[in-house]
Design a binder for this molecule. Sequence first.
Ligand SMILES: [Zn+2]
Length: 652
Amino acid sequence: VSPRERGPADAGPDAVQAFLRFLAVVLLAGFAVGLARGFLLVQAHGYLGTGLQRMALLTATSEASRAISWAFAAALFVGVPALLYGFFRERSFAAAALPLALLPLHDLARRATASDPERIVRLFGPLGALVPEHARHGAALVAVAILALLPLRVILRALANARRSPLALPVTLAVVAALAPGVLHAVAARTGRPRGPNVLLITIDTLRADHLSAYGYPRATSPFLDSLAARGALFERAMTPSPRTTQAIASIMTSLYPQTHGVRTLWGNLGRERLTLAELFRDAGYATAGFWTTTFLDEKRGLSQGFDAYESTAASSDRAEHLTNRAIRWLSRAVGTRRDAARGDRKPFFLWLHYRDPHMPYNPPAEDRAFADPAYGGVFREACVFWPTKEIMVYNHLGLIGPADVAQAIALYDGEIRYVDREVRRLVRDVEKRGVLDKTVVVVTSDHGEGLSDHGYYFDHGDLLYDSSLQVPLVIAGPGVPAARVREQVALLDLAPTIARLGGVAWPVDGEGRDLGPVMARAAGPEGARAVAGGTTEAPPFFAESGENLLGPFNPHRHLPGIEGKLRSIRTDCWKLILSPQPNGARGLELYDLAIDPAETTNVFASQLAEARELEKSLDEFLAKDRESSESALSDVDAETREKLRAMGYLQ
Ligand SMILES: [Zn+2]
């Protein structure tokens, strides 16, 4: 019997029944898919074998929540038009509003159950100020309990009514499926809340270690970082695995080399199956946030995984002060006042900031231009910019940039460092003001260095593998960190296991980095004194690869495109070997004796052949693990990313 023959009066409820049945099926399917995905992620992250069952539960349930949310949206997308069509055909306009009413309900349910009672606490909004916090927590717990018990009542009633209404059972099961992950998640998040220290991770783009006063630079560029280094560990030789932002940040977050985590270009994408530092902390019950200004760190890069809040402040300005302000606003909610912190009922936090200021163009605020020469009359006045074009400038092809221009550019670059140093001080002071600095591990580092005319490479990074681009500052201070100057070579890949342990959580998967705890302890002890006195260390060799070839034929060091054409290097405490692939399978090889030639000016490959061959063998073994054969072509880049590349001077 078709609806038309039965008449408009019966058609409405019939369409509603069909819609609800459809919704139930889709939600159940979403629940099943989410659980399966959660299980696969738990396996991929290795949570089960490491006693991190609570994190396994959190991962599985958050995956299920997410899948149900998607399923609900998909069901509405398909089902609502169908339902509306049915209603309009049968002229039952009033009931057509029903599916639309489900939209806010879904959002409320999702917010109430997505993670833990603190989410519900926030739903109280401005009323929260009038109700004491412990009362709000109590109310939130009651709300969670009601949400947990409600399905039970509904199930019982549905079972009793099952014979009368064929719809009751599937709808009830779907409601239970939708609420279950949220409730489990809330329970898992409440049990065994971590007390571990907070983590404040600060990466400053394009920051050369040797331009910080803490590293012996004659200009007072970094008074605050110097004071931080004085009470913590300073790493004299910290290295990035790729002198480009996206690749380096992905290595910091995953403890993997670019050829393993798979981000090989600025516009590369980190796969969801990779465990990141932010995911680890969020799953361990931390409040997590990432704030940044660099274009390439947007959600498409996959680096947002694990962050409760992930935002760029670039829309208003990419200046450091805006980033600091954003982070302080977040801290005022996550940490609260000194009194809130003293009560000790807040989650610990993992907060990451990526400042961009020392990156080209070098254009510090007026008060940080003191290093610049006021009488200078060359090509860089207010700011050092790519001039006249990036291609011509980066290798100074036309010889337009002279020593006075380089000096002025460096003075402006140093001014940017001084400016960021002040902003980092303001941020750390804010943490101190809230009474939690003694419970906070502060890590300051960079994604890569900068050419600054060394090796004929002007004001850029990414193409060459000399230490001016590979070496980054690294300072760690806070609970569990001894005061030490660490001489042995370390890498950004070491940060994830090190920071995880300092935060009281074990890094559960096999990374390619190492926990620097023992390294810091050695450096702080009598052994460290010996190492500083000139002995070599047992640091593992460290590998690096250049970025994508953005300058094309303007780059005299790059002979081949794609992943096969990337420059590669292996570095020990004493030696560095750089490989530049040439046409017809030939190899360009440079060897530097870092002990006597730290500026890498004399290629000793021919005279130190035995050493070179041994390093080449290790490098080849490492490269054999690189399964990707070709860099994603620039034509694969979507229009928006292409526009960003152009805006930043990476493309013309
Ligand atoms: Zn960068």
